[in-house]
Design a protein around this ligand. Structure first.
Ligand SMILES: NC(=O)C1=CN([C@@H]2O[C@H](COP(=O)(O)OP(=O)(O)OC[C@H]3O[C@@H](n4cnc5c(N)ncnc54)[C@H](O)[C@@H]3O)[C@@H](O)[C@H]2O)C=CC1
Ligand SMILES: O=C([O-])CC(=O)C(=O)O
Length: 325
């Protein structure tokens, strides 16, 4: 057996965590031979509820769970943390855009970024799930002065998985047959799900679907999927969000074997997106590091959409500039 690693999950009493914790504990994220110590953080008012979740973790008798910490103190929750999944934040309700949560949620990520910088492993990998995820990741990275901003990522993997599912259904294949799909930009309704390079069972996706479907059906469906789930369920996506978080961290930690996945990462000028925002890019992961897929041709249709979602991220940034260190 390997030495246990520490995995922190914030918002641990919430609905995403209720799926996420059990997937991590069963080995879905870091593999069936990697023991974990779960470090669960929530606010004082939610600690009683969190107690119930901890009782259930105990009752699963997971062979891979070497310890569980439940606390309202970020310094305790992030002590020695190797992987941090920052889920704790308010979800939106019907009629809201995710950026409407900036005021309520942005401030959460300053103390958490500081606590990660003070206490976490120097190699910690951070995934921000709490909305608006890209800008919250920017805030946390900025507060975590002693860590590399590249250690802070935001989740666009749910959008990536939604895009795979939509295209697979349309073309009558399994999601496994779909390769090279990209979510550019913000985890919001301005995101750009791009199938320009995508293949479906080896064939170019664009040879199988028409432009009308891409523009009027595929892109808006993926962009609005979160809102559609809120409308249907009365609550925002939870199990699928947890599953995407597992996918994101697993791929970052264990590698993608050359496969492209989408991650929200600090922009570095690639594809004309200037530094200063956390932007969804196509990446491959190897040896615990991600690398942007470079050299893709960008046509005018893509350019306009990539710039629109960049502009929205810069507006979000301007709205929380006072939270940036
Ligand atoms: N990036 C993505 O793809 C997705 C993001 N989300 C977002 O994830 C977040 C969590 O969603 P749910 O689990 O459904 O919400 P929830 O309301 O069920 O749970 C949130 C939990 O966070 C806790 N919390 C609040 N402030 C905290 C703090 N400062 N520190 C630690 N914990 C804190 C709350 O007490 C609660 O237990 C929301 O912001 C939601 O919009 C949801 C789905 C997908
Ligand atoms: O839509 C929401 O507010 C929750 C979310 O981020 C998603 O399901 O993609």
């Amino acid at each position: 057996m390997k030495k246990p690693v520490k995995v922190a999950i914030t918002g641990a009493a919430g609905q995403i965590a209720y799926s996420l914790i059990f997937r991590i504990a069963s080995g879905s994220m870091l593999g069936p031979d990697q023991p974990v110590i779960l470090q669960l953080l929530d606010i004082p008012d939610s600690l009683e509820k969190l107690k119930g979740t901890v009782m259930e973790i105990d009752d699963c008798a997971f062979p891979l769970v070497s310890g569980v910490v439940a606390t309202a103190d970020p310094m305790e929750a992030f002590d020695g943390t190797d992987y941090a999944l920052l889920v704790g934040a308010r979800p939106r309700g019907p009629g809201m855009e995710r950026k409407d949560l900036l005021t309520a949620n942005g401030a959460i990520f300053v103390p958490q970024g500081k606590a990660l910088a003070a206490k976490a492993s120097r190699d910690v990998k951070v995934l921000v799930v709490g909305n608006p995820a890209n800008t919250n990741a920017l805030i946390a990275a900025s507060a975590a002065k002693s860590l590399d901003p590249k250690q802070f990522t935001a989740m666009v993997r749910l959008d990536h998985n939604r895009a795979i599912s939509q295209l697979a259904t349309k073309t009558g294949v399994s999601g496994n047959d779909i390769d090279k799909i990209i979510i550019w930009g913000n985890h919001s309704s301005t995101q750009y799900p791009d199938i320009t390079s995508t293949t479906v069972a080896g064939k170019p996706a664009k040879s199988l679907v028409d432009q009308q479907w891409i523009e009027s059906d595929f892109i808006p469906t993926v962009q609005q999927r979160g809102a559609a789930i809120i409308k249907a369920r009365g609550l925002s996506s939870a199990a699928s969000a947890a599953s995407a978080a597992v996918d994101h961290m697993r791929d970052w930690a264990l590698g993608t074997n050359g496969k492209w996945v989408s991650m929200g990462i600090p922009s570095d000028g690639s594809y004309g997106i200037k530094p200063g925002v956390v932007y969804g890019y196509p990446v491959t992961c190897k040896d615990g590091k991600y690398e942007i897929v470079q050299g893709l041709p960008i046509d005018a249709f893509s350019r306009a959409r990539m710039d629109a979602t960049d502009a929205e991220l810069r507006e979000e940034r301007a709205a929380i500039e006072d939270l940036l260190a």
